[in-house]
Design a protein around this ligand. Structure first.
Ligand SMILES: Cc1cc2nc3c(=O)[nH]c(=O)nc-3n(C[C@H](O)[C@H](O)[C@H](O)COP(=O)(O)OP(=O)(O)OC[C@H]3O[C@@H](n4cnc5c(N)ncnc54)[C@H](O)[C@@H]3O)c2cc1C
Length: 873
């Protein structure tokens, strides 16, 4: 491929204007991101200028020179991996390298690839304006220079804008003031001084032990205690070095396709079910490893399950209490207001033990807040302190601070700051609609700060560079995401966060440390691996979600790259890996045995007050039922439930987790009744049994602990089909009072010719062939259009209110929607819940598909309203 220089590309494709850009690409920032981007772009033949506010390269590692500054990802991994030669030429001296060493490394990289000649130092980019006519950016710097470019890339860092201390009186202090993030290059001598450190995040925790070695008195002001574990710093760990030496490529590839950007064995051990020995063993191993991802991965569910998280948290607190001599100080240092991992945990070297030194004191600001900073020191509600120096370790305006800090004006003059006033909005964390040819490396909505950033940075740089190469090859000069794609990505980012414990914390991940900053979850928590797959897929699908244009033409493959709920996608991918035989390839008894075996492996569902098994009379013999009673005092409303399973599979316990969940959420007795199955008993046997069950439960409500006439019918899939059929019959035969019907992803018709069948016929558990198998077993073709099998074809007026739940990726979705619409047209009150990103089965996967809980909560709210509403007689 020929390398066209940017000026010529612009002249050819610049909407007819002859003036081209001065350079192809302007990059802002010369840290890990800007340096590698410059190297790659240059290698691909693009002309580039980099502007850097600092006087040299290094970014984070240029600015953060405080004592004890180190990386917290092992340097075997927190390093560039793009060039094996580079890796051969550089050897890290420690497991966690110090700031000077990392800075030396970045200087070495800069020199090795001769990067300095394209970097302008001491030049802050103050503004950038997009000109829609010319298709160029004009980038303004603090030196007075304005440079035009085709592509504008902000490699400005996630943690590069220090947060000013928002403490009353701060400017008044007459002594020395230092910020960990802007530590003087010449160093600071605190020997013999009375020093205050304000802030106990990563920088505070790293610097406090070293400041304590110099200071005559050290007072640490702590607002929120953070979790910290010992780094156990040492020479680079032999196991990682060994794996690298054995097969560098395999090791780096494993990092790229890992959750956090560091090769790790993922566990499937759950905190709640692990034995005490296993818990202890796993925790101690993580503590000894001294690695962030190890302590965050003791249990598979600690990021989503409060109880599991608490097990690890309490073990850390135990350790802490055993280190700190003074019990009151130890307790004050114990984090209790957030779940482990929802704020960035720290790695330390002797942090907790520092509080045993006689000249070190902790001030708990939750008990005694700072009232003001004075000329002489700090006043809290309880005491006045005098200091020679105050060190602020107060963190950063993370993720967006550096981006909105520049006056970036896109199409129509709208600035990034204006567009993101309510929170960032990006496609892939890299681009944003209205800002053509603009890229933000490690931007909000990308894994960035939740990952090994060296790996994430390389991935972003590679993606951007590869895209610019693609554009050039196809004669395109503009790239911009569509709103549909961007909204879809924002939704996916939010969906990923919503199933974790993160939104509960007042963390900088949530923007909570900066007053007035929108409270959203800024990074992408779906994993480096999944993120990379999404980015790759966008390119493979010819820039899905982007609008491209230029002399080569115009194109837009609009769409959303991730539409499934993230946990649904995980379950589907795990199932795909198991390569299970399709159910329809089995005989019904085999399929039943298989389903029973699978059910044995799932979580049981929440605790209920009581579980009672019984039988009730059916037309062809007894029908078994299982009753779930709430823990609250009765009597309760009654939910008569019919299980799913295509009329072929399942029984009264096959949907037990869902029944328990319904029982707890609605505070109703749930009676799950079995019915005869096909092919042994074909249509209408199941419906006859369901009818008998309704009669019996209606007549025996009091014995069951229910409130008479306070009854709804509920069912999932084929069970929902029976609910619809039986409800119609109850209307016709003046049957028991039914207050409402819950139809969860119901089968309502037999035509199988809807759009949802076409879209979701394969890959979402319920497939078209399986549905055909069910119908074939259940009833003869002639029967399939009868309302007893296809309730959509029945008379629908006069039915009780319905809650119809459909799932986006369900072949039955459209017949569910059709039923809801037909009911509504017949005058029946209908609540239709469309479960976005769910499949036919995922809402029933209680305790596995966590995103389903939100939908079930909605269902329960509506069901509760039906059950408790006074009945009009
Ligand atoms: C103390 C500390 C420790 C960290 N440890 C780790 C770790 O162990 N592992 C990990 O993965 N990550 C760590 N990080 C995150 C770290 O920021 C990234 O790993 C990485 O260094 C980011 O590189 P970058 O080039 O994207 O951004 P930065 O290194 O932040 O570089 C951005 C550069 O852009 C410049 N800039 C910003 N705005 C402008 C402007 N308007 N005009 C001109 N120049 C501008 C800045 O001066 C800066 O030099 C740490 C961060 C801190 C603060």
């Amino acid at each position: 491929m020929s390398h066209t220089r940017g000026a010529r590309v612009a002249a050819d494709g610049n909407n007819g204007t002859s003036a081209g850009p001065q350079v192809d690409v302007v990059v802002v920032g010369a840290g890990f991101s800007g340096l590698y981007l410059l190297h790659r772009l240059r290698a691909e033949g693009f002309s580039v200028r980099v502007f850097e506010a600092a006087s040299d390269v290094g970014g984070t590692w240029f600015w953060n020179r405080y004592p004890g500054a180190r990386c917290d990802i092992p340097t075997t991994d927190y390093t560039f991996g793009f060039d094996p030669e580079l890796e051969r030429e550089w050897t890290w001296s420690e497991k966690y390298a110090t700031q000077p060493e990392i800075l030396r490394y970045l200087q070495f990289v800069t020199d090795r690839y001769d990067l300095r000649r394209d970097i302008t130092f001491d030049a802050r980019v103050e503004g950038a304006e997009w000109d829609d006519k010319t298709g160029l950016w004009a980038v303004r710097t603090s030196t007075g220079e304005t440079v035009s470019c085709r592509y504008y890339v902000m490699a400005t860092g996630c943690l590069s804008v220090p947060k000013a201390p928002d403490i009353e009186g701060a400017p008044r202090f007459a002594g020395e003031v230092y910020f960990t993030s802007r530590w003087p290059h010449e160093g600071v001598d605190l020997t013999g001084k009375r020093v205050a450190v304000v802030g106990t995040g990563s920088s505070g925790i790293q610097s406090i032990p070293l400041i304590a070695q110099q200071a005559a008195q050290l007072t640490v002001f702590q607002r929120t205690p953070n979790f910290s574990i010992p780094a156990h710093n040492s020479p680079a760990p032999a196991d990682r070095l060994g794996r690298l030496a054995a097969d560098r490529d395999a090791y780096r590839t494993a990092g790229k396709w890992s959750r956090g950007g560091v090769p790790m064995e993922a566990t499937d051990i759950l905190g709640g079910t692990a034995s005490e020995d296993v818990r202890r063993e796993r925790f101690e191993a993580a503590w000894e490893a001294g690695e962030l991802f190890a302590i965050l991965g003791v249990f598979a569910d600690q990021g989503v399950d409060p109880a599991s998280n608490e097990i690890v948290s309490e073990m850390i607190r135990e350790k802490l209490r055993s280190i700190v001599d003074d019990p009151e100080t130890a307790e004050a240092l114990c984090p209790k207001d957030h779940y482990l991992g929802t704020k960035r945990p720290c790695l330390d070297s002797g942090y907790y033990a520092t509080f045993n030194l006689p000249h070190v004191r902790l001030v708990d600001l939750r008990k005694s807040p700072i009232t003001t900073i004075t000329e002489a020191g700090i006043d809290t509600a309880g005491e006045s302190y005098e200091f020679d120096a105050i060190v602020y370790a107060t963190g950063f305006d993370a993720m967006t601070g550096a981006l909105v800090g520049v006056d970036v004006a896109g199409r129509g003059g709208v600035t990034l700051k204006e567009k993101w006033a309510d929170g960032p909005s990006t496609y892939l964390g890299l681009t944003t609609a209205g800002f053509p040819n603009f890229f933000a490396l490690t931007g909000p909505g990308s894994p960035s700060v939740l990952s090994n950033m060296a790996v994430s940075i390389e991935q972003h740089v590679d993606w951007v560079t590869d895209s610019l190469v693609d554009l050039r090859a196809t004669g395109m000069t503009r790239i911009e995401p569509t709103l549909l794609a961007e909204d879809g990505w924002n939704q996916h980012v939010a969906d990923c966060a919503a199933i974790t414990l993160h939104p509960t914390a007042n963390s900088w991940y949530m923007g909570a440390n900066v007053p007035g900053k929108p409270r959203v979850f800024y990074p992408y928590i779906g994993g480096v691996d999944n993120y990379r797959a999404a980015c790759d897929e966008v390119r493979a699908r010819d820039y899905l979600g982007f609008r491209l244009s230029g002399p080569g033409g115009e194109q837009c493959h609009d769409g959303v790259v991730r539409r499934l709920q993230p946990d649904v996608a995980m379950v589907l991918s795990a199932m795909a890996q198991m390569e299970l035989p399709p159910l329809e390839s089995m005989s019904p008894p085999e399929a039943r045995a298989f389903m029973e075996m699978s059910a044995g492996m799932r979580p049981p569902g929440p605790d209920v007050g009581e579980v009672v098994d019984g039988v009730l009379p059916g037309p062809a013999g007894e029908l078994e039922y299982r009753l779930f009673r709430p823990a609250s005092p009765g009597p309760h409303p009654v939910v008569l439930y019919f299980h799913g399973g295509g009329w072929v599979l399942g029984d009264q316990v096959s949907d037990e987790p869902l029944c328990r969940d319904l029982c707890v959420r609605t505070d109703a007795v749930v009676v799950s009744v079995n019915y005869r199955h096909a092919p042994e008993a074909r249509c209408p046997a199941a419906a006859e049994d369901a009818w008998a069950a309704l009669q019996w439960v209606g007549a025996h409500a009091i014995e069951l602990g229910g409130i008479p006439d306070d009854l709804v019918l509920a069912g999932w899939s084929a069970g929902a089909n029976l609910v619809a059929v039986v409800t119609q019959r109850a209307r016709d035969e003046g049957g028991p009072v039914v207050r409402g019907q819950l139809l969860l992803t119901p089968a309502t018709d037999s035509s199988m010719d809807t759009g949802s069948f076409e879209e979701n016929a394969d890959g979402y558990v319920l497939t078209a062939p399986l549905m055909r198998w069910f119908w074939d077993h259940y009833c003869d073709p002639g029967q399939r259009t009868e309302p007893t099998a296809a309730p959509l074809r029945g008379r629908l007026d006069g039915l009780p209110p319905a809650i119809v739940v459909t799932a986006e990726f369900d072949p039955l979705r459209d017949e569910g929607i059709a039923y809801a619409e037909a009911l509504r047209a017949a005058g029946v009150p209908v609540e239709h819940l469309a479960a976005r990103g769910h499949t036919h089965t995922s809402l029933t996967m209680v305790g596995v598909v966590l995103s389903g809980a939100r939908v079930r909560e909605e269902i329960a709210l509506r069901l509760g309203a039906l059950l408790r509403e006074p009945v009009e007689v």
